[in-house]
Unconditional design. Structure first.
Length: 259
């Protein structure tokens, strides 16, 4: 389904009963709403699940230019307004994880519980340079040029070597990501900082991360800084832990949301 919000047309999908509490899933860079297929199926019995393609991803419009997290937060709020969602649980991974924390910090009146997955929620000077390098690489060779290096970062070496169905699914999403959307969201990832204000968050937060994902250490620190937050590590998992180990991910999310 598609709807206009914050000046562009968004692609989204809703599952679950109309009288259930809302739960929104927000995708990572270079994926789309289908990354949440397993979670939507498992949790639609408890929640009205909304999945959407972030700006520039999937079937959502992909304007040219550099995006900011201020825009991505406004996108999420605009989509909620367009669908008449006053308040929701919100779960996001990587790009979506930073979106989740940003919303919990800046718009606590719209968020019930937030699940922040596999995201350090802040850029660094070195990280910003890496994002610019990836943009240049993608501009020169298209998404095909960055697909395998991206998968090799996201999945543990043994998983990548085994080429399981989840890896193939993510590869297809990366390859189908609009170049404008990749470039725009790389710019946002290279210039944001929600981590510095994490202690101010008043909503319940779960930090959920793969054991082998580099943001693990930063997320542990955020958990320590945010009183009463929860932290769950998925053993052996890499960056896209909800696809790599969907049952473990979903159990952790469900326990946090329903407790």
């Amino acid at each position: 389904m598609q709807i206009k919000a914050n000046g562009i047309t968004f692609n989204y999908q809703v599952d679950g009963a109309s009288n259930a509490p809302w739960l929104i899933f927000s995708n990572s860079l270079a994926t789309n709403l289908s990354m949440w297929d397993d979670q939507a199926q498992a949790l639609s019995g408890h929640f009205r699940v909304l999945r959407y393609d972030q700006r520039g991803h999937g079937k959502t419009e992909a304007p040219e230019g550099r995006y900011s997290f201020a825009t991505l937060l406004s996108d999420a709020l605009g989509l909620m307004d367009a669908l008449e969602i006053r308040r929701t649980h919100f779960c996001g991974l990587s790009l979506g994880g930073a979106t989740a924390l940003g919303l919990a910090e800046q718009h606590p009146d719209r968020i019930d519980r937030a699940i922040v997955c596999d995201s350090p929620c802040a850029s660094t000077p070195a990280g910003a340079r890496q994002w610019e390098e990836r943009v240049a690489f993608a501009m020169a060779g298209g998404m095909a040029a960055i697909a395998e290096p991206t998968l090799q970062r996201w999945f543990p070496a043994s998983v990548y070597a085994g080429n399981p169905p989840g890896l193939a699914k993510v590869r297809a999403m990366v390859l189908s990501t609009p170049l404008n959307g990749f470039i725009g969201c790389c710019a946002a990832l290279g210039d944001h900082n929600f981590r510095s204000a994490v202690a101010s968050v008043s909503r319940p937060v779960l930090f959920l991360v793969g054991e082998k994902d580099p943001p693990n250490a930063a997320m542990r620190e955020m958990h320590k800084e945010l009183v009463d937050s929860q932290f769950v590590e998925i053993p052996g998992a890499g960056h896209i832990c909800n696809i790599e180990q969907p049952n473990e991910f979903t159990r952790a999310a469900e326990k946090f949301l329903i407790s």
